[in-house]
Ligand binder design. Structure first.
Ligand SMILES: Nc1ncnc2c1ncn2[C@@H]1O[C@H](COP(=O)(O)OP(=O)(O)OP(=O)(O)O)[C@@H](O)[C@H]1O
Length: 341
């Protein structure tokens, strides 16, 4: 559906060249919700803007539905953009137009007759849950309602792909969840391919099927969301996963425990789906002459299923602790020793 082959984007600066996106290969499947996560400056916005031709790559090829976005221009590009629409962090609504008029705007541009526009706008307003707010101006809406207008407007011309550029970053957590629920609903109902960029792992966990992690213009890790949560490989991915699995309170508690127990070995265990950690833990405690302190346990839901993690502090003889860690490995439990700073 979407294919990026060796995509590179460089910007010329007064003091040299900046590589914002560096030889990225990606394939996004029809009907999936694909997330791209990275910290500020990683190259996410530049990358997503190349999917609808807002930015041209310096090298490589972007194909969407067989059309080479990196090559089209003029009228063809305008047509292609109707099929790859976008929503934004700050909504980008027209402030002098009502909700209904904002949603009708892309239909006007596409030359849809007034008589056909009206029922389509009504349908879109129903789809995003804005009935009764048709005649309101953007300034009279909450952030969540503004983003609903953005979504309705983006869907007006029946796109194949919806790009979401930090679409929930300006919203509070509750409103974020309601917008993410709406995007999930639209994805299912319309089989719409959604590509989103974010710096929040919560967004990825809640709605994405697959995720790519970007750092310094490169994709450093990619996979099914459940797999990435269960077994993050790169340090940056581990940091993102811990945004969801470790609250600041727990991090602080672990820090305190580390300083209070300089000899213990901290380990993080990962469990997926129906398997719970309990039987393995019971055997661990019975079989080895060590003290096992449970610091934290949690379960999270992703699109692909549930996963859980448990953080333990193992205390005792060095050899016994090493055997206990080996035992957990041999039981097929994802086991990571948490390094002490
Ligand atoms: N038009 C431009 N001219 C020069 N440099 C740019 C331009 N657009 C982006 N950059 C630079 O490219 C790098 C990647 O920026 P980009 O906005 O794609 O990152 P990002 O991951 O989306 O971060 P953010 O969330 O802060 O926007 C940054 O160093 C940025 O300063």
């Amino acid at each position: 559906m979407i294919k990026l082959e060796q995509i590179t984007k460089q910007f010329r600066l007064s003091n040299g060249t900046l590589t914002a996106v560096d030889a990225v290969d990606l394939e996004i499947r029809e009907g999936e919700i694909f997330g791209i996560i990275g910290y500020s400056g990683a190259g996410k916005s530049t990358l997503i803007r190349m999917l609808n031709g807002l930015e041209k790559p310096t090298g490589g090829r972007v194909t969407v539905n067989g059309m080479e976005m990196s090559k089209v221009s003029g009228a063809d590009l305008r047509k292609a953009r109707q099929k790859v629409s976008m929503i934004f962090q700050h909504f980008n609504l027209l402030w002098s137009r009502t909700v209904a008029e904002n949603i009708a705007f892309p239909l006007e541009i596409a030359g849809v007759k007034k008589a056909d526009r009206e029922p389509r706008v009504r349908e879109l307003i129903r789809l995003v849950g804005l009935e009764g707010r048709e005649d309101a101006y953007p300034s009279e809406l909450s952030g969540g309602q503004k983003q609903r207008v953005g979504i309705a407007r983006a869907l007006a011309n029946e796109p194949d792909v919806l790009l979401c550029d930090e679409a929930t970053s300006a919203l509070d957590p509750e409103t974020t969840d309601s917008i993410l629920d709406l995007l999930t609903d639209i994805n299912k109902r319309l089989n719409l391919t959604i590509v989103l960029i974010t710096h929040e792992m919560h967004v990825i966990r809640k709605i994405c099927h697959r995720v790519a992690v970007m750092e310094a213009g490169r994709v450093v890790e990619m996979g099914d969301v459940l797999q990435v949560f269960r077994s993050p490989q790169q340090p940056i991915t581990k940091r993102f996963v811990s945004q969801v699995t470790e609250s600041p309170d727990v991090k602080q508690a672990i820090g305190q425990l580390v300083s209070e127990n300089p000899d213990g070995t901290l380990i993080r265990l990962g469990f997926v789906g129906e398997r719970t950690g309990e039987p393995v833990l019971a055997r661990l405690i019975r079989s080895f002459d060590i003290d096992v302190n449970i610091l934290q346990a949690n379960v999270s839901q992703t699109h692909g299923g549930t996963f859980g993690s448990i953080i333990l502090n193992l205390m005792g003889d060095e050899a016994a602790v090493a055997q206990a860690v080996e035992f957990l490995h041999s039981e097929g439990v994802e086991t990571e020793v948490i390094e002490r700073d």
